[in-house]
Design a protein around this ligand. Structure first.
Ligand SMILES: [Zn+2]
Ligand SMILES: [Zn+2]
Length: 62
């Protein structure tokens, strides 16, 4: 079995960070918000990263 391709919508950092050796890269990801193009009329320069590591822990408690 081979690992499937990186999830669409996930940044390269978090894509790599899925591997145990690269877990630290989650902290490197800055794709926590949609980045619109300056004059993009609604186009996105960088869509928000869909990695679960960016989920806001609200109501989860600790
Ligand atoms: Zn990410
Ligand atoms: Zn991540």
């Amino acid at each position: 079995m081979s690992e499937t391709a990186v999830d669409a919508g996930r940044s390269p950092e978090c894509g790599l960070a899925q591997r145990a050796e690269y877990q630290d890269l989650h902290a490197d990801c800055r794709g926590t918000e949609d980045v619109p193009l300056p004059h993009g009329m609604g186009l996105l320069l960088m869509p928000r990263c869909s990695c679960p590591c960016h989920r806001q822990s609200s109501g989860g408690g600790r």
